[in-house]
Design a protein around this ligand. Sequence first.
Ligand code: SF4
Ligand code: SF4
Length: 184
Amino acid sequence: MVSASEYFGNVWKTLSTTWGGMKITGKYFLQKPIPVQYPDERLPIPDRYRGIHYLEQEKCINCLACARACPIDCIEMDAIRHGKELEWVTFTLDYQKCMFCELCVYPCPKDCIHMGTEYALVTYDRSELNYDLLSFKGMSRDARIRKKEAEEKKAAKDAAKATKAAKAAPAEEAPAEEEKGEEG
Ligand code: SF4
Ligand code: SF4
């Protein structure tokens, strides 16, 4: 059997806690609503947010350090090397597996892979979650120019070497011919 004081104590507790909760509800109820019209509007993203990666491809040297650091092998890349220049084939990151841990970012020697502020990964097709991070395939325009310059420089060097060798050849042959004459 509940005593009268306990009964009224419970009633008071119920009313006071309800009043406390309703005070907070009332405060927000009277405020102007602030809906965000996503996706046209977005809430500000903190600087250190770990969103979808982006790659500064021009700086990347295909060293694989990011791929090796990834604990679940999300990153795959392939590029053909032409001397110092790279011809990019692929650089993908699979968001079906990625856990946004950022471990791939720290070992990059060129500081060229980053986690951005984009977070929308909505799709009807899971295969679309294997993102291509390349902004271009093949070689960049600058790399092509540098490659051409390097090839021209090498060709000029080879030609100069060949000319020098050709000039040196008769001088080396001459003593041999002189020796022949003396014998005769
Ligand atoms: S964020 Fe983590 S899981 Fe995702 S690719 Fe980088 S290392 Fe791998
Ligand atoms: S660690 Fe950096 S430089 Fe090396 S492959 Fe990855 S993104 Fe490129």
